[in-house]
Design a protein around this ligand. Structure first.
Ligand SMILES: [Zn+2]
Length: 402
């Protein structure tokens, strides 16, 4: 152990933070800065469908910066798009935005996270976005815009520092970034924060309709990770009557584990009328009060109106990217039924922080959230991880460092 003055200062800070209850008792004692290697490994996407593991010198940690040892990072649909087609023209790029890790070094000005919680060496953190002094994106005003389109680590152009994404073993979180202390969540929960925030936001949007209540009959269409997490969020809110719709029995079985009461396999119903009857039967002879559309299929969007009662509500969140046009009948589907529709995309900073509580509650009521992560790969096998993701095998794929 190389105990220099800076280390001792960090350890003292850690002990003080513990005494003040700022960090959980189980938090490890400060990791000595001497253990930080001279170089960091970064999975750099250097061409389409090819990551190369590159080594870069460990960067200087400025007064406002935080050096994080990466523990893991989820693979997102956005990563898969970038891997396959580079739609954002970012190559070469260090991808990975659903990451988490442990603070190993931080600048002297860093005291608190974006929610005001103290930060210390050894704390587990996640990032959300990089502030651009945009007054419309704030932590404390629920009505401010979502963070879609904001800069995030893992989708930044390469620069002299290189440690810009979470598919790496270290990341440099620079001053002006949002960072949250999530030491009280386990690794799997922390990897799931970003996709879960999408659903916290969707349900907040749904609540603005005034239609979603404890006793609502809710249909969730699409049981990929987004639909499954949607069901989990509804359950943690106390909504009991949930019907899941998908074309795969395996996914529908998982939907039930996540809290769906009934499931409907659309392949067992020929035509939309029969399918709507199937959903109605699952609710004991009623249509849904509220529907969440969690697929990227235009036909699924057109279908979902038929599952909703007069005066009901719909939250459309499946089209994270453009999936094409859907044909609906405005008279039958919206006007005459007086459907209230909201769209939902990404999340606000506030929703991001709310997600930490959701994950604790989901565990608390026994939902098997960790089963959403079906595959774990070491950093060295990131090309294989992306290949599995592109084949749409499993649910959430994650890179986990040891
Ligand atoms: Zn993502």
């Amino acid at each position: 152990m190389n105990m220099n003055a800076a280390n001792i200062e960090e350890i003292v800070k850690q002990i003080l933070a513990n005494m003040q209850g700022g960090a959980p008792a189980a938090a490890p004692v400060a990791t000595p800065a001497g253990e930080i290697p001279k170089t960091a490994k970064v999975a750099m996407l250097t061409q389409l469908e090819k990551f190369e593991i590159k080594e870069y010198p460990m960067p200087e940690v400025g007064d406002d910066d935080i050096l994080v040892k990466v523990e893991g990072c989820g693979v997102c649909g956005t990563d898969a798009h970038e891997f396959k087609r580079d739609p954002f023209s970012l190559i070469p790029v260090a991808l990975g935005h659903e990451g988490t890790g442990e603070i190993v070094k931080m600048g002297k000005n860093v005291k608190k996270d974006s929610a005001g919680k103290p930060l210390a060496i050894g704390d587990k953190v996640v990032t959300c976005m990089i502030f651009k002094d945009n007054p419309d994106i704030t932590m404390f005003d629920l009505n401010k815009q979502n963070v879609g389109g904001a800069d995030v680590y893992g989708l930044l152009p390469d620069d002299d520092i290189h440690l810009n994404g979470w598919f790496s073993d270290y990341i440099l979180v620079r001053g002006g970034s949002t960072v949250f202390n999530v030491s009280d969540l386990d690794l799997d929960s922390r990897i799931l924060i970003e996709p879960c925030a999408v659903l916290i936001h969707a349900v907040e949007r749904a609540k603005t309709t005034g239609i979603l209540r404890f006793n609502s009959r809710v249909v969730v269409q699409g049981c990929g990770p987004i639909g499954l997490i949607c069901i989990a969020v509804l359950r943690t809110m106390g909504i009991e009557n949930i019907v899941a719709v998908d074309g795969e029995d395996k996914r529908l079985a998982f939907a039930k584990e996540m809290g769906a009461t009934k499931s409907v396999n659309f392949k067992n119903h020929k035509g939309i009328e029969a399918l709507a009857e199937g959903v109605k039967d699952a609710f004991g002879g009623y249509l849904a009060d509220f529907a969440f559309q969690c697929t990227g299929s235009p036909v699924a969007h057109a279908n979902i109106y038929k599952f909703i009662r007069n005066g009901g509500g719909l939250c459309e969140l499946g089209f994270f990217i453009n999936g094409g046009d859907a044909t609906i009948n405005p008279h039958f589907d919206i006007c005459s039924k007086e459907i209230t529709t909201v769209g939902s995309w990404v999340y606000t900073l506030r929703d991001y922080a709310t997600t930490f509580d959701f994950l604790k509650r989901a565990k608390g009521i026994g939902l098997p959230m960790e089963k959403l992560i079906t595959h774990k790969f070491p950093l060295e096998e990131i090309n294989e991880a992306l290949a599995v993701n592109l084949k749409m095998e499993g649910l959430k794929i994650a890179i986990v460092n040891n």
